[in-house]
Design a binder for this molecule. Structure first.
Ligand code: AMP
Length: 283
């Protein structure tokens, strides 16, 4: 078994650790997470391992990206199991800052994001979200100063937002996207899947199934509007309330009305019981 990762909770200790990596001429990849790690997160870690000599994983449940009505207090926290899983992947460093290290008294700055962050997808339903994500990711990049940062395509609008921010602010971090890891029945792995009742869990694969079905129909030449409308109805019939089910340009996230508006990305967010799930695939 590999030696456990160094667990760091202060900026000073973080600087000491990353300084040693830099002195040794090693590249560093960061995988930002909110913990409750599953095989999706570990796929990001594996990618990070291949790209850089050293791998840091941050674990921080970021209050700034939750609305007051959302699940911040109840968000799953499984720190010891997370560290054990990261140890098995050979992670070098776990950056686990307490809330007061991230947001000390007097904290007064936030990053305002537009472009993909205001594409009228997640931002329509979670208006606080991308500002909170961008601010914490900018801080993580400033703290860790990684060469690479690895994010999941699972949160596609987030991946595009962070990529844009890193370029626009010259943060000198190469942002890498990793394909979504799924259960055998197609459900995208998510820390929030633990909230699903057995009946909800049984219904949940409809999201991926419908995304795939719609992508195939669009590729075969059917009209996007018709296909997406029928897909949305299929998801509702399986017991979900659909927030959005849309075809967008994969790069700009602008609405796609015809195949020529692509390359396409099909994206969905839908609620079942108390749980909100998101997913997306290439069109
Ligand atoms: P979270 O801890 O949910 O904020 O996610 C941390 C990172 O893991 C983000 O970059 C997510 O996109 C990524 N991620 C979450 N679920 C998956 C998955 N099923 N496959 C690949 N990446 C994922």
């Amino acid at each position: 078994m590999a030696r456990g990762p160094l667990i760091v909770r202060t900026v000073k200790n973080l600087d000491r650790a990353t300084g040693k990596f830099r002195e040794a001429g090693e590249t560093l990849a960061l995988v930002p997470t909110m913990g409750a790690l599953h095989a999706g997160h570990l796929a990001l870690v594996k990618r990070a391992r291949r790209r850089a000599g050293r791998v840091a994983v941050s674990i921080f449940v970021n209050p700034a990206q939750f609305a007051p009505t959302e699940d911040f207090a109840n968000y799953p926290r499984t720190f010891d199991a997370d560290v054990a899983a990261l140890q098995a992947e050979g992670v070098d460093l776990v950056w686990a800052p307490p809330r007061e290290v991230m947001y000390p008294d007097g904290f007064a700055t936030s990053v305002a994001v537009k472009g993909p962050a205001v594409a009228d997808l997640e931002d329509r339903f979670r208006p606080h979200f991308f500002g909170g994500v961008a601010t914490v990711v900018a801080k993580l990049f400033g703290q860790v100063r990684p060469d690479f940062a690895v994010f999941g395509e699972k949160d596609y609008q987030q991946l595009k937002t962070v990529t844009r921010m890193a370029a626009d602010l010259d943060l000198k971090v190469n942002v890498i996207g990793v394909p979504t890891v799924r259960e055998k029945d197609g459900l995208a792995l998510s820390s929030r899947n633990v909230y699903l009742s057995p009946a909800e869990r049984a219904a949940a694969p409809v999201l991926y199934r419908t995304l795939k079905d719609c992508a195939a129909r669009i590729a075969a030449g059917e009209a996007i509007a018709v296909v997406m409308n029928e897909g949305s109805i299929a998801i509702e019939e399986a017991g979900f309330a659909v927030d959005y089910f849309e075809a967008r340009n994969a790069e700009t996230l602008r609405r796609a009305e015809k195949r020529e508006d692509g390359p396409l990305r099909l994206l969905v967010a839908a609620r079942i019981g108390k749980t909100r799930l998101i997913d997306n695939i290439a069109g």
